[in-house]
Design a binder for this molecule. Sequence first.
Ligand SMILES: NC(=O)C1=CN([C@@H]2O[C@H](COP(=O)(O)OP(=O)(O)OC[C@H]3O[C@@H](n4cnc5c(N)ncnc54)[C@H](OP(=O)(O)O)[C@@H]3O)[C@@H](O)[C@H]2O)C=CC1
Ligand SMILES: Nc1c(N[C@@H]2O[C@H](COP(=O)(O)O)[C@@H](O)[C@H]2O)[nH]c(=O)[nH]c1=O
Ligand SMILES: [Zn+2]
Length: 358
Amino acid sequence: MPNHEIYMRRCLELAQLGLGTVSPNPMVGALVVHNNKIIGEGWHRKYGAAHAEPNAIADVFNRYPNAADLLRASTVYVSLEPCSHQGKTPPCADLLIKHQVKKVVIACRDPFEQVNGRGIRKLQEAGIEVIEGVCQEEAAFVNRRFFTRVQKQRPYVLLKWAQTANGYFAPTDHTQRWITGPLAQRLSHQWRSQEDAILVGANTALIDNPQLTVRHWQGKNPKRIVIDKTLSLPQHLHLFDQTVDTIVFNAEKSEWQENLKYIALENFDLYLPQQLLYQLHLMDIQSLVVEGGVKTLRLFIDAGLWDEARVFEGDVYWEDGIEAPRLPMPPETKQQVGKDLWTTYFNQDAFSTFKRFV
Ligand SMILES: NC(=O)C1=CN([C@@H]2O[C@H](COP(=O)(O)OP(=O)(O)OC[C@H]3O[C@@H](n4cnc5c(N)ncnc54)[C@H](OP(=O)(O)O)[C@@H]3O)[C@@H](O)[C@H]2O)C=CC1
Ligand SMILES: Nc1c(N[C@@H]2O[C@H](COP(=O)(O)O)[C@@H](O)[C@H]2O)[nH]c(=O)[nH]c1=O
Ligand SMILES: [Zn+2]
């Protein structure tokens, strides 16, 4: 008796190898199982490259001379409904039909309107047995960035900040004072490498002069985004060094200068987070880390426009300072990172149906 959940969990492990390289596509993993044995594995590795299913099938052909026969008696497990449309690659449903696989087990439907149920129908019409809904909530959680983009037409918003053990965020004298240790910094660079963009407010840009790169990790730098209403930030800041794509939301001008893009928003102070997220959505940015400062974080918290918050609590106590934002719900997870405590929160309003797998 095959254990669908065990195989689907393996698909989800494979899918997550694409974190940081497949956006704005979903992360997808696939397995080919014959007589209760995995004979091929694949995942979507890079945006624009092959999907998980052709990679898993190619893996079978690489390993077995009788691959074509084996496939006809195999079950394919895939963490997202196989695509039915011609995108950057041909439809995966057609490939599974061509190889006449026996059965296809799917975790969740693809909410993308050109697929949404069509992939499943195509397989069924070709006589392939389809089982859906295996580890559905876990799969939706793994693809929470993709689901948020497709269903809410905005990027997944991840808030990240550090605070002292007694809840302070920054000194009152407009200076930078580091709270957390080197391991937390490394981890936050790893997080940056997994998301499409990272945002800071004007004061943080000026006071911290951040680079917002992944220099303590490997991977791609996210696009950098800064809010600078009056374009008053000095050009010598790291943010303007042209080494990384950078977007400046402002009230003055829309202009492109190589890696630097200025985007003017109308009625700048009205619905700022909404307008900003909509612009990022139009640019196919699927996830955004908001790193601060406190005013910028509050902008998103007050609008209810956030999905996940990762907070480092350092082991230092300050006598005074600017207070860190407070979230109304208890944290979902807690974990020690060196001397710092990392807690994760989820915004129940925006994100109540997914089972937590963190
Ligand atoms: N502990 C941590 O994790 C972090 C700490 N920090 C610290 O935080 C401090 C800076 O934080 P903070 O002063 O809150 O600044 P922010 O970086 O959040 O920037 C806020 C500024 O953004 C601009 N802005 C434009 N429009 C709006 C709007 N509608 N709502 C809010 N802001 C808007 C404003 O600048 P303007 O008026 O010029 O238009 C505003 O002053 C620094 O000391 C920094 O070191 C920063 C990041 C993380
Ligand atoms: N002070 C503080 C943080 N500050 C964040 O890190 C940014 C600096 O980025 P970079 O220049 O790339 O190193 C800074 O602007 C702010 O967003 N982060 C933390 O994990 N712990 C801390 O104590
Ligand atoms: Zn596909």
